[in-house]
Design a protein around this ligand. Sequence first.
Ligand code: SF4
Ligand code: SF4
Length: 473
Amino acid sequence: MYHRDTAEALAKKSQMDQSFRDSVATIDKKGSRNYISPKKPKGSLYNKRTIASILYLILFFGLPFIKIKGEPIFMINILKRKFILFGQIFGPEDFFIFMLGMLTFVVFVILFTVVFGRVFCGWACPQTIFMEMVFRKIEYWLDGDHIRQRQLREMPWNAYKIRKRAVKIIVFWLMSFLIAHFFMAYLISMDEVKRYMTEGIDQHFGTFVALSIFTTVFFFVYYWFREQVCIVVCPYGRLQGVLLDKNSIVVAYDYVRGEPRGKARKTEQTHGDCVDCAACVRVCPTGIDIRNGTQLECVNCTACIDACDEIMTAVNRPTGLIRFASEANVVKGEKPRLNARIVGYSFVLLSLAGALAFMLASRDDVDVTILRTSGTVFRELPDGRIANVYNARLANKTREDIPITLQLEGIRGEIEVAGGSIVVEKEGYKTATFIIRVEPAEIRQRRTPIRIGVYEKGINIKNVNVTFMGPMR
Ligand code: SF4
Ligand code: SF4
């Protein structure tokens, strides 16, 4: 157990070298890209990450093959405006559910980040999983560990380097090609991708173009752009400054324990526990030194924790010099605790999740919108009844055709549908025009609110309120 004194901790922090703020790890002194070749990580957390990423990859490559009633379990077909989530079909008319779902997701991410920092990035983000657990592993296999990679990069072009680079480009391109196909399957379904593959490019030129673009983008990202996605492009990393507080759990260097850093000695220990070996820096995929504190480049991959634990074990000191910890934990040894922000976000998240669950549970199979036909006025019929014309728009969210009948509720009159009947095809839309004729005794004012019952196979599935126009009496 280490003695933690707030004043002493802050004094140690203020004495730490701040020159890291003058440069970015991925840009060298000449302003060129500094390619990061991290040492291959190893350790218990890396093993756990490997298992987590295998499960993730099984899900990513397996889900497009799973179908419910002949439809994919997940599909986000923007062009056809058809979305399937967990087998449920959503259309443009469900946009508000989609927006609420997005809002709930954003609040969840915020809450998760406030409490657990950026752990999502290192352990669940597709970019990091594919970069660190797929392409980086392939790179270690093809080019060797970090030192051999650097030697290869710095050597002049010769037959060996050309062969190495050519093999890497081909393998990375093929992997990108494969991922692009599965990515495409989430957009248009695996059946469509298979059809494209068997029927050829000429019949599916649009799909071919999309696949080529996706393949090129993935190749560019994983071969060249790499950690820049997290540092420069991803907005989430930039939000850390406002989302994290002193109680957020992040990958943190325990400077109270570690400083002042200095080489290990066989006799007495004259420094803190950090032996300044830079093992934590060598494994970092974004090239930063976590001893400088939480930085937006840190994707919480935990490779530095494994690296430091190995060193601590070797020099016979307790592990956990770099660990998951909050600033409050490092400074005062405090355990994570609830604060007003966490309670507030939790309340908002629970409210949104409740509203979303209610909307999903009460979601109808058929969406109905009824409006009086614009530009029409009421008509007084020869038999004395009053007639209005309406348009209905119906959306069928199921995988079966649905016959629909309309009926007036609580008012004497009749509905006559143009064409006789309404059948909404599966996953389709239908517009119908109909006339409502009402007994004159029911109409006492210019605008009378009336209710139309919508029936599926004789069962009332919903009621729609509309306005019926009539003469003033
Ligand atoms: S500082 Fe550590 S946790 Fe953060 S990205 Fe680098 S190796 Fe991963
Ligand atoms: S790996 Fe641990 S001991 Fe080595 S420099 Fe990093 S923090 Fe210090």
